[in-house]
Design a protein around this ligand. Structure first.
Ligand SMILES: [Zn+2]
Length: 96
């Protein structure tokens, strides 16, 4: 299990892939970068839509707990956030 180091919001200077939905995050758009340590340091990028989606989940106690359980024991894989949103019918704009 990787250790969480820090999180920050950035204006991306180059293209990244969103860990939440697998979509491209294009240059100049807002992203959240979560930094983890496990055999070295690595960053996971989340697009604005996924940031909103997580906010929706965290707003609701029940969903928030479900999401925490989704996370363990294996950790979250790429696109899990979108699958979770579909499973629990959580809607944010542009979610397809
Ligand atoms: Zn995303």
């Amino acid at each position: 299990m990787p250790d969480f180091l820090k999180t920050k919001f950035v204006n991306v200077r180059k293209e990244h892939t969103c860990f939440g939905c697998g979509e491209k995050i294009v240059r100049g758009s807002i992203a959240r970068v979560d930094t983890f340590v496990e055999d070295g340091i690595y960053d996971l990028y989340h697009c604005e839509r996924c940031i909103k989606l997580e906010k929706e989940i965290k707003k609701d106690d029940k969903l928030s707990k479900l999401w925490d359980n989704y996370f363990y024991p294996d950790g979250v894989d790429q696109n899990d956030l979108i699958e979770f949103a579909r499973d629990y019918n959580i809607k944010v704009e542009e979610l397809s």
